[in-house]
Design a protein around this ligand. Structure first.
Ligand code: UTP
Length: 295
């Protein structure tokens, strides 16, 4: 069965970015000139996803507006002959009718947010993308994963290798070596202390899940951080179905974290020739003066 639906949980509070996220969704923070959520949506559409399902919460209406048409803006751009900008605005939501919204009434955790999409997803495998994880790659990461899914027909998640001291920020897997970038998961644990982590293979925000996950999410108690965790439900799913980790080809930035977000802005800006020309001399000066200030 083809993966046609992707769930985007966007109901978190984004506390690490306060006060910026007091009235604006974290997912609307821009990297260069595009909200981080738009990169994730573009990745999904490029991977052949046909239905985009947002799980939103209170205070997220800017996100819904972003993926809707804005006739007043489009007419003004048309009148002023700003054709390029008009095209940019129109391309944000090429098929607005394929965007579906549901609500998570309380931010009870990522696992709970995904469970909120169960009726819209129905009985078919689906993708989950967390906009926080912004990835530069030649082939969109979700596309790479769908190719692997076609081979393995099982749930999978994107994984990266992290430093041992970073394990408490991630879901960590214990796995057996596979091939083609995949490993078969033996066990998983959410945010283990470095001395308790079974490995340094960390899960990041790209998943393909079989619909069985909804039963496990529905039975899940609160876990780490007093939230209903996807990792715990996947651990439970492991008792009946295989799960794979996939080492994707690409460079990932953690935009849920201040330093990662700044790095993403620099990296994506340097990809643009016109910005690169302006930025490189300024960055070199900043780095050398920051170096001498710290010395
Ligand atoms: P995070 O763990 O980054 O939480 O969520 P957060 O609330 O967004 O940010 P901080 O940690 O307070 O700064 C990872 C993803 O899961 C979604 C978030 O919107 C984000 O895309 N999420 C999290 C939900 O949709 N609902 C929740 O209850 C929790």
């Amino acid at each position: 069965m083809r993966i046609k639906k992707a769930v985007f949980p966007v109901a978190g509070l984004g506390t690490r970015f306060l006060p910026a996220t007091k009235a604006m969704p974290k997912e609307m923070l821009p990297v260069v000139d595009k909200p981080i959520i738009q990169y994730a949506v573009e990745e999904a559409l490029a991977a052949g996803i046909e239905q985009i399902i947002f799980v939103t919460g209170s205070g997220k209406s800017a996100l819904e507006d972003h993926f809707d048409t804005n006739l007043q803006l489009e007419n003004t751009l048309k009148e002023r002959g700003k054709t390029d900008l008009l095209r940019t605005v129109e391309s944000v939501a090429p098929h607005a009718s394929n965007f579906v919204y549901t609500r998570q009434s309380e931010p009870l955790g990522l696992g709970h947010a995904i469970w909120c999409a169960r009726d819209i997803v129905g009985d078919e495998p689906f993708a989950v993308l967390l906009a926080d994880d912004l990835i530069q790659s030649e082939v969109p990461v979700l596309h790479q994963m769908i190719n692997e899914f076609d081979r393995l027909r099982a749930s999978m998640m994107a994984i990266i290798v992290v430093e041992q001291e970073e394990t408490s920020r991630y879901g960590i897997i214990e796995a057996e070596q596979g091939f083609n970038g995949t490993v078969q998961v033996r066990s998983m644990v959410e945010k283990p202390a470095p001395e308790e982590a079974p490995s340094n293979l960390a899960v990041i925000g790209r998943y393909i899940l079989t619909p069985r996950i909804f039963d496990h999410l529905g039975r899940q108690d609160r876990g780490a951080g007093n939230e209903i965790q996807l990792t715990d439900a996947m651990s439970s799913l492991l008792t009946e179905q295989p799960i794979f980790g996939y080492k994707f080809k690409g460079r990932r930035f953690d935009c849920g974290d201040k330093a990662g977000f700044q790095m993403a802005n620099i990296a994506f800006a340097l990809e643009r020739p016109e910005l690169r020309k302006q930025l490189l001399p300024g960055l070199a000066k900043l780095v050398s003066s920051a170096g001498s200030a710290g010395a």
